[in-house]
Design a protein. Sequence first.
Length: 263
Amino acid sequence: MSIYTLGIDIGSTASKCVMLSDGKDIIAKSLIAVGAGTSGPQRAVAQVLEQAGKTREEMDYVLATGYGRNSMLELADHQMSELSCHARGAAFLFPEVHTVVDIGGQDVKVLQIENGVMTNFVMNDKCAAGTGRFLDVMARVLEVKVEELGELGAQSTKYVGISSTCTVFAESEVISQLAMDTDKRDIINGIHHSVASRVAGLAHRVGVKDMVVMTGGVAQNTGVVQALEKELGHTIHTSPLTQYNGALGAALFAYQKYQKEQK
């Protein structure tokens, strides 16, 4: 008989869910683009159960993590910090990982990992600069889709510095650049470097060691990944499962907890 576990990661801007069988095989996954305080978490769970043709009762253990994990008290058997879950997910995808840079919708976390376990971390949660929210604001000002930023920034031919680390001031800088007819692609490249330098400053506080893995939605932006590689002087590894990393870690911990309880 297979053991089915569910990991739910409720972020500030998205809800993710992963179902595992026997703590190693991903059976189903879902991502709903709304997070804590919305119907997103329930929809993410419903989608995964439907994909797998399972019910909540057939789940052996359900674990919630993320910013809105306390909203899942009725559905989840346990809650855990997203820091632990991100470390666990990254170590599952990249067993040799030592540094995880997770850029979410509202915060940036840098985790130090030894033998698959988090040993230290630093996070920026006071300000939106360098987060997914910052890139959303910039994309809106530039009238481009946030998922187009990576591709557009790669076409830049000259460096335009965006010096403000504050979202509000950076927005004013971008508007001034647009007023001077600066090419949007050069502005986007400047934004990517501004995010990278902010994140690198945070990463150096905790120390950066190979292998470096990037998780969170922003890891899908190749412009930010490449700019951060330059800042850190390390190759950055990403996975197609980057956005599901926290939910994956939660499902892995759910399996571990289930096994402990059975003993």
